[in-house]
Design a protein around this ligand. Structure first.
Ligand code: ADP
Ligand code: MG
Length: 438
């Protein structure tokens, strides 16, 4: 790593009046070095955007020091630029003019200005849309213009505030690999990137270091280094290990894994039943818990609030705890940062979180292993049933298999064909993007 670019020392941000003070950031200490790509993860409201605004000099911290190349930051940081989740473009300017303006502000003259703008638009895949107006573009395309504009400034420090979360899956994926290529191959003069993300896989895919924050008050709770070379293989065991470790930080795991999860069928120990719940109900519970200011909630209140009976509620709470989405103690249920991340994530990111957590369950591991050892990676329902009946009473076996299938389907770990009663291992196309030449 190179020299230190940015330094935050004991930074606080307090909002509100003397009567009602609200600490949005508490004692933040953070260094960014030349050559570093850092991701910032944490639940909504933990102060991520506030932190970026302070770094870009769009607002002044209530307390503490912000140093840029060892000098105190005064007003707008001329070396930093931010890409927001939804980028504000000038609606009366077309795509090309929006980028030209950024270059003009930087003092770049014609004809270099137009050449550069066209090149930038080309790089982000907007070739042919130069004369379109923002209102004619999809969210994904607008975001690409935003990227082109931020890059036109050639910032030393590029701050990205959930830049991919408003995009559809394909646009996000292509823009992500575009950014990675510009960055790793030194095609942009940017020295350091700080990216806020809600997507753990995305963070592990891109960043050298992940900083995890929590809220009330907004603070840094952990840091995780990722020293894998680029391009990273999402399916490799090293990659998955990092993803798991970051999940564990967010879930705040304290119990021993063994005790909490039970053992796989056939092993010494006891095989824990899966709580037999529908994913949509689990999602509903987490979305509900995520709506409250307080992370803690009385469990008994949820019966009325969700309109379900206590048996159902307890199964849901058990499932949520098994996945690390909540912790339960003394009649309180508390949503974890991972639970909040899940509740606030897109459908696809939810599936990924879910899959990664489901893969930890010994019963699911056992099933996936059976499938991967089977011919064509397929097994009939009754084969699984026979194997599991050694473990569970007959009336439990079928409902446990159903739960495994429902969860496995949702997490895209396996598929099931009702007609033939065949369970198959999901063969996902590798999402690692093919490097493209620009
Ligand atoms: P994040 O980006 O992590 O979701 P933000 O930085 O947007 O978090 O906000 C952190 C907290 O500070 C939130 O509770 C938010 O409501 C509060 N907040 C943000 N900006 C202001 C402001 N200008 N005045 C008062 N409270 C604010
Ligand atoms: Mg934000």
């Amino acid at each position: 790593m190179g020299e230190t670019l940015l330094q935050l020392k004991n930074v606080y941000q307090v909002y509100g009046s003397k009567m009602r003070r609200f600490t949005a950031l508490e004692d933040i200490n953070l260094n960014l070095s030349v050559g570093e790509f850092v991701a910032l993860l944490g639940p909504s409201g933990c102060g991520k955007s506030t932190l970026l605004r302070i770094i870009a000099g769009l607002q002044e911290a209530s307390q503490g020091n912000v140093l840029y190349r060892s000098k105190p930051l005064n007003g707008i940081n001329p070396y930093a630029s931010i890409v927001f989740q939804t980028f504000a473009l000038f609606p009366w300017l077309n795509v090309l003019e929006n980028v030209l303006l950024a270059l003009k502000v930087k003092g770049i003259e014609e004809p270099e200005r137009t050449r550069k703008a066209e090149d930038l638009l080309d790089r982000v895949g907007l070739d042919g849309f130069e004369s379109a107006y923002p209102r004619e573009l999809s969210g994904g395309m607008r975001q690409k213009v935003g990227f082109a504009r931020a890059m036109a400034v050639e910032p030393e420090l590029l701050c990205l505030d959930e830049p991919f979360s408003a995009l559809d899956v394909l646009s996000a994926e292509s823009l992500r690999s575009e950014l990675l290529e510009l960055w790793t191959e030194g095609k942009i003069p940017t020295q350091s990137i700080l990216m806020v993300s809600h997507n753990i896989e995305e963070a592990v895919f891109l960043a050298d270091r992940i900083i995890v924050m929590d809220k009330e008050p907004g603070r840094i709770i952990a840091e995780h280094k990722i020293d894998l070379p680029h391009p990273r293989q999402r399916k490799s065991s090293e990659f998955q290990l990092h993803v798991d470790e970051v999940y564990a930080i967010l879930a705040g795991q304290t119990q021993s894994e063994q005790e909490e999860l039970g053992t796989a069928p056939g092993e010494a120990g006891y095989t824990r039943y899966l709580p037999e719940i529908a994913i949509s109900d689990l999602t509903g519970l987490l979305e509900h818990l995520d709506e409250f200011e307080q992370t803690k909630h009385d469990i008994y209140l949820l019966e009325d609030e969700l309109g379900i009976d206590s048996d159902h509620l307890l199964s849901l709470a058990e499932a949520a705890e098994l996945f690390g989405f909540v912790s339960i103690a003394k009649g309180d249920i508390e949503i974890t940062p991972l639970g909040q991340t899940f509740a606030e994530a897109s459908i696809l990111a939810r599936k990924e979180i879910f899959a990664s957590r489901a893969r930890r369950l010994p019963l699911m591991q056992w099933l996936l292993k059976m499938l991967s050892n089977a011919e064509k990676h397929q097994l009939k329902w009754n084969v699984i049933q026979t194997a599991l009946s050694l473990e569970f009473p007959p009336d439990k076996t079928d409902s446990q298999i159903e739960t495994l299938i429902n969860w496995g389907r949702y997490g895209e770990l396996l598929t099931y064909d009702d007609g033939s009663e065949i369970i198959s291992l999901e063969t996902k196309p590798d999402k690692t993007p093919v490097p493209q030449t620009i």
